[in-house]
Ligand binder design. Structure first.
Ligand code: NAI
Length: 714
């Protein structure tokens, strides 16, 4: 039994309590059982009303996405039938002639909240952990259980569209404010009591969008139901749709079909009655649910990321480890961030810098974030105090005694890193691990300073540490499975997503991400208008233009890395991007954002804009390429480099490659990450394009036959 059924005081209580799944979800097992219970309640003349609730902490977390993924790429008619059958349950529920109340004891998302929407009344328990909403859009879907039709009819079009298009999850109190729930209860007992009372007081409950046929006494759906706040064709409605479309297109660049489909559903659906509106929603639902974008968002961003979060790349057969005491060397920008996220997870942190003042300054970063959290109601003074008490700022190496893990985040300098490694390593407990947060220096070389290179590993955080979810773990040649396992366990403990890669110049993320910036700069060298370069990058789904991000990273740093690559024989002096960067730094003194002069100008108090002087040094060609061609160069270049990483064994799994590319540098999630990209565009099409790009723009796009075979097997 997944869902319990009992009758109390002539009210059927249908209570979700799934045993086959850790959370209550709507799936092949629970849906038929739920429907069976409802049918029993409809048929029992003793039953005067129905309460739907749950015995778990959550109400219903949503529909099981695996069920949707199974139908992706298949015949649409199967999905369409499923959708209509699913909706028939909800429609029958709201027209059953008996009052139905949702007693929402906890989280009600997606299909879970759609159950509530088809009830006549909703009472939420004031559960601080509960979130309510229709977040389907984040998975490339739309609310397919009538949500796009019932929510606007309940709370008005404008609010409903905003909540669905953004996929917002809100607290029960906020939901009360929007009218998404009708009442709030402080305890479970009070919630059930209120539900019972409402049923007694409303024996003939129907939805506002349905009405009785006075002659037959049956429920008849109303045409032209007045939507709170204005109908679709009212001036407000038209404004909402026009503004909404523009806003969505600006944000998604047309790369994500779901938000526009939500708009269409609401627009078309609100002009007809509920019975006709449901098939409209089903039609759009099937379209988005069978799209490539939904497949990637569900398969990679949701299920794949969950797998990575659980430590998919953790070496097997190593017993669980637990970092209780962490040492951090360097309380600068990165060290301070690592201290904060670790203390958040309850880890005792020793934050060491050259002076106590510098270490205290690092701790100030946590003080600031705690203060902000208190002001925004995200934490309490007590919790903040507890977090801060876990961070001990110091200048003494001896304070590191007993650490399970030490991470160095001192300046990016080999000698300094070697010195601090030698100094701090003896303070580790037996079996303790030493990690380096270096962003560029190969781990195998750094491990030479260690007395135990098998316990030395790269632990590469991204900035800002509290916001960036990925941590790239880098195995040096001698790093043991044990050290990797401990690092993965640590990353899981601080609630970030680990990927594990092998040592290489720039590891995986910096190496591949830099191809985006260098291709942007190469385009400039080829005479492409910088405005086109920046827009094409953003239109392709990258979060920031290639030139803007080059400025952020700093051009002098990029030049330093390029020079090192030339010295190592990995790059030619003829490289276009290298020549542009060299000129920008050495001839023009333009280092990027840090000296307020780069490809962009950074005027005080005003928005940055592309530097007008660029055209003088990098003339814009008479004929400009098509935007699609520019997008291709920017995306394909990154993908080709990732395929090389996979081929060379820097990347060990497709999952790490995809998740890493999305979380580290924002490779477009709709495409499912870099290693999924060939499948997204079609593998053979991709391979043909790669050859063409290599023939046209250079060998940096070339894949070997072996690499092409690898793509076919990805
Ligand atoms: P930072 O300059 O903000 O901080 C470095 C800190 O190390 C300073 O507070 C300095 O006083 C301290 N330090 C120097 N010698 C020390 C010693 N002997 N013992 C203890 N502390 C000492 O540098 P940031 O940006 O935090 O970078 C640190 C490391 O993280 C570098 O290896 C960098 O490449 C890497 N990294 C930086 C990222 C970034 O976005 N800034 C991203 C990922 C990695």
């Amino acid at each position: 039994m997944e869902i319990n059924y009992k009758v109390e005081n002539n009210v059927a209580i249908i209570s979700w309590n799934m045993t086959t799944s850790p959370m209550n979800v709507m799936n092949d097992i629970s849906i038929p059982e739920f429907e069976g219970h409802l049918e029993k309640a409809y048929a029992d003349s003793e039953v005067k009303g129905i309460i739907i609730t749950s015995e778990k902490n959550e109400f219903i977390a949503g529909a099981d996405v695996k069920m949707i993924l199974r139908n992706n790429g298949k015949d649409q008619s199967e999905m369409h039938k499923f959708s209509l059958d699913f909706n028939a349950i909800f429609r029958k529920l709201e027209t059953c002639g008996k009052p139905v109340v949702a007693a929402m004891n906890g989280t009600a998302l997606g299909g879970g909240y759609e159950v509530c929407l088809s009830c006549h009344y909703r009472i939420a328990l004031d559960n601080p952990k509960a979130v309510i909403g229709l977040p389907e859009v984040q998975l490339g879907l739309l609310p397919g259980g009538g949500g796009t039709q019932r929510l606007p009819r309940l709370i008005g079009m404008e609010a409903a569209l905003m909540l669905m298009v953004e996929g917002k999850r809100i607290s029960p109190k906020e939901a009360l404010g929007y009218g998404m729930v009708n009442d709030i209860a402080a305890t479970r007992g009070e919630m059930m009591e209120k539900a019972m009372k409402w049923i007694l007081a409303n024996p003939k409950a129907i939805q506002p969008w349905d009405e009785f046929d006075k002659k037959t006494g049956a429920i008849k759906a109303r045409e032209n139901f007045k939507v709170p706040g204005g109908n679709v064709q009212s001036p407000t409605g038209m404004r909402t749709f026009a503004g909404g479309t523009a806003m969505i297109m600006d944000k998604t660049k047309g790369n994500y079909p779901a938000p526009i489909a939500i708009l269409s559903c609401v627009y078309e659906g609100l002009q007809v009655n509920m019975d006709r509106a449901i098939p409209i929603e089903a039609r759009y639902f099937v379209k988005v649910a069978t799209s490539r974008e939904a497949k990637n968002l569900i398969g990679v961003m949701f299920l794949g990321k969950n797998e990575a979060d659980k430590g998919a790349s953790r070496p097997k057969d190593i017993p669980a480890t637990d970092v209780k005491k962490l040492g951090i060397l360097g309380a600068g920008f990165m060290g301070a961030g690592i201290a904060y996220v670790s203390a958040m997870a309850g880890i005792e942190v020793v934050l060491k810098d050259i002076t106590v003042e510098a270490a205290e300054k690092g701790k100030d970063y946590s003080r600031g974030l705690v203060q902000k959290g208190i002001e925004r109601g995200k934490t309490t003074a007590d919790k903040g105090e507890k977090l801060l008490s876990l961070i001990k700022p110091t200048a003494e190496v001896a304070d590191l005694q007993g650490c399970d893990l030490i991470i160095e985040a001192v300046f990016e300098n080999r000698e300094l890193k070697a010195t601090v490694t030698k100094e701090a390593e003896p303070m580790l407990v037996e079996g303790g691990v030493f990690g380096s947060n270096t962003s560029t220096i190969p781990i195998t070389g750094l491990a030479k300073a260690s007395a135990k290179p098998e316990n030395f590993i790269g632990i590469h955080f991204f900035s800002p540490v509290d916001k960036m979810m990925l941590v790239e773990l880098i195995r040096g040649k001698q790093t043991s499975d044990y050290a990797v396992a401990l690092a993965v366990d640590f990353v899981k403990k601080i609630r970030k997503t680990p990927i594990v890669v092998n040592d290489s110049r720039g590891f995986y993320t910096s190496r591949c991400f830099s191809t985006y910036t260098t291709e942007g700069i190469a385009l400039l060298k080829d005479g492409v208008d910088p405005v086109l370069i920046e827009n094409a990058g953003k239109n392709a789904g990258m979060p920031v233009g290639a030139l803007a991000v080059s400025d952020e990273v700093a051009l002098d740093l990029a030049l330093k890395i390029s020079k090192q690559s030339i010295a190592d024989g990995a790059l030619s002096e003829e490289d276009g991007a290298y020549q542009v960067t060299k000129m920008m730094v050495e001839d023009l003194g333009r280092f990027g954002k840090k000296n307020k002069k780069g490809f962009y100008e950074y005027p005080e108090g005003r928005k940055k804009h592309l530097w007008e002087g660029l055209a003088e040094y990098f003339p814009v060609a008479e004929t400009q390429p098509d935007v699609e061609e520019v997008k291709k160069r920017l995306l394909y270049r990154q993908v080709v480099e990732c395929i090389r990483c996979f081929d060379e064994g820097v990347l060990m799994t497709k999952l790490d490659g995809n998740i890493g590319s999305i979380l580290a540098w924002g490779f477009p999630p709709y495409a499912g990450g870099t290693l999924n990209f060939p499948e997204f565009v079609g593998k053979e099409t991709f391979l043909k394009e790669v050859d063409r790009l290599a023939d046209t723009y250079g060998e940096r796009f070339r894949l070997t036959e072996k690499q092409k075979e690898l793509v076919r097997n990805l």
